[in-house]
Write a protein that binds this ligand. Structure first.
Ligand code: NAD
Length: 503
């Protein structure tokens, strides 16, 4: 039996279960359909087969979930951090135990290759452990004495929060937002992406099995403009953590404005990988390829613009072309597969529309530029060459296995091109000249920059973007800054003079 068939066999019972039960909501510890009884269909991008029906929730379901989160908040907030820590570690343990199931379901739901998803499930557990270990110190503050007062600060959880996640690596991204919220003492209403609802329901089930009290984490499925919108508008929800497209972020900001919600946005990117002529070109090639073609290119931090210095461009692009044409596109549950199908027909149509756009704008397609003629949304890894930075393929987030290569002459050209985009999430700089690395990283407008490296996530570091790529940072203590409020308390140390009016 091949590995693919073995994986399909292991997946089958999960699919049978989802087909039977559908994906429902989970509110206050109760599994329930949408109050309206409505559902929408969820299908696999691998073969377009129907997986299950999913609760299509509206404002009344969100209201029930937000009320449950508000009712559960005081007890969860007041639980000692050491107790919350234990529960969060138990969730991490259970994720590790079920990592294979999670990875298989994630692949079937999203089209992501199993070679990456098995690691993504384990990273989800790491997110829980990281924030679990910080739960008991999340409230720590400072002592700032003045002449007359003993001033102390502490942090308190902001209240029930809304978490809205996208369809690319939905499991890992959900843990990344929800783990710090719970560690901080917030309760949660989670609205997962409609294209990939399976693993969010597994995750919530794991959490309650691990001892998370009912109402602390409520799951409401549905469409963005219905359930998602209602969540951002609900008065009991004090903050919204959102990962998704920049345009959606701007809608959410407007929706959340009447209730003055705090928002945290992790949005799109059009990230440059800049290869200077003095770089280690072998490593730069490996990293550039990995950062755009892994995860099907459906990755906010993907290196979707390759800026290569003209003196080394011909040789570098020739090697790149060969490698891109060689990337294994196929069934995501086959361990040999490097790129799987895109999430959905809508997204497939968007990504493939850029093939004509590239040609019309005058770029050439030197690898891929085509889809597989079979069911499922398989797009061949694609390379655009001869592009300029004003072309749409250089300005717009395509979010597929599609790389736009642009040549540059000088260091200043590279910086100008890198910054000439509405986005500012990540950048990757390849050079062996340390002072150039310092100058370039100083000038690039991005929230995260890696020098001579692909994106290697280290949880204590800040994750997030500038410009249209986001507002706020995740990771380390930055996550707690979002989910908590600073509180200042001043204790008089003596009888300082109080102004006496009307005396
Ligand atoms: P999307 O914006 O279409 O949807 C994301 C979520 O928002 C979904 O759950 C959707 O239902 C919900 N939503 C849609 N409209 C809404 C509304 N009006 N109110 C409330 N919720 C609404 O994004 P997507 O296509 O699912 O995900 C891909 C995008 O996510 C890309 O742009 C990618 O770069 C970005 N992303 C960013 C990061 C990051 O850390 N910066 C990480 C992953 C993905």
């Amino acid at each position: 039996m091949s590995d693919l068939n073995a994986n399909l066999d292991r997946l089958r019972p999960h699919l049978e279960r989802f087909a039977k039960t559908g994906v429902m909501n989970r509110i206050n510890g109760q599994t329930q359909p949408a109050a309206s009884g409505q559902t929408f269909a969820n299908s696999s991008p691998i073969d377009e087969s129907h997986i299950c029906e999913v609760a299509r929730s509206d404002a009344s379901d969100i209201d029930a979930a937000a009320r449950a989160a508000a009712a559960a908040f005081p007890a969860w907030r007041d639980m000692p951090g050491t107790e919350r820590k234990k529960i969060l570690h138990r969730i991490a343990d259970a994720i590790v135990e079920r990592a294979d199931d999670i990875a298989l379901c994630e692949c079937w739901d999203t089209g992501q290759a199993i070679r990456f998803m098995s690691k993504a499930a384990l990273r989800g557990a790491e997110n829980f452990r990281f924030f679990a270990d910080r739960a008991s110190s999340a409230r720590d503050g400072q002592m700032l004495p003045s002449d007359t007062l003993m001033n102390v600060t502490t942090r308190v959880p902001i209240g029930p929060v809304g978490v809205i996640t996208p369809w690319n690596t939905p499991f890992m991204l959900s843990t990344w937002k929800i783990a710090p919220a719970l560690a901080a003492g917030c309760t949660v209403v989670h609205k997962p992406a409609e294209f990939s609802p399976l693993t969010a329901s597994l995750l919530q089930e794991i959490a309650e099995d691990a001892g998370l009290p009912p109402g602390v984490w409520n799951l409401v499925n549905g469409l963005g403009e219905e359930a998602g919108k209602a969540l951002t508008e609900h008065p009991d929800i004090k903050a919204v953590a959102f990962v998704g497209e920049s345009g959606t972020g701007s809608m959410i900001m407007a929706q959340a404005a009447p209730t003055l919600k705090r928002v945290h946005f992790e949005l799109g990117g059009k990230n440059p990988v800049i290869v200077f002529e003095d770089a280690d070109l072998d490593r730069a090639l490996d990293a550039a390829i990995f950062m755009i073609y892994s995860l099907n290119g459906e990755r906010c931090t993907s290196s979707s613009r390759l800026l290569v210095q003209s003196r080394v461009a011909d040789a570098f692009l020739a090697r790149l072309r060969d490698r891109v044409s060689n990337i294994r596109l196929g069934h995501p549950l086959d361990p040999k597969t490097e790129v799987g199908p895109l999430i959905h027909k809508v997204h497939f149509d968007k990504v493939t529309s850029y093939f004509d756009i590239a040609r019309q704008d005058g770029a050439s397609i030197t690898a891929g530029g085509d889809a597989l003629n079979q069911p499922g949304y398989y797009v061949k890894p694609t390379l655009f060459e001869g592009a300029t930075n004003t072309m749409r393929i250089a300005q717009e987030e395509i979010f597929g296995p599609v790389l736009t290569a642009i040549e540059f002459e000088t260091e200043q050209d590279a910086i100008d091109i890198a910054n000439d985009t509405p986005y500012g999430l990540t950048a990757y700089v390849w050079t062996n000249d340390i002072t150039r690395a310092m100058r370039v990283t100083n000038s690039i407008e991005a929230g995260m920059i890696w020098v001579n490296s692909e994106n290697v996530r280290h949880l204590p570091t800040p994750f997030g973007g500038v410009k249209a790529s986001g507002i706020g940072r995740d990771g380390g203590d930055w996550s707690f800054e979002f989910y908590m409020e600073q509180k200042h308390i001043g204790f008089a140390t003596g009888h300082h003079k109080i102004p006496r009016l009307g005396a």
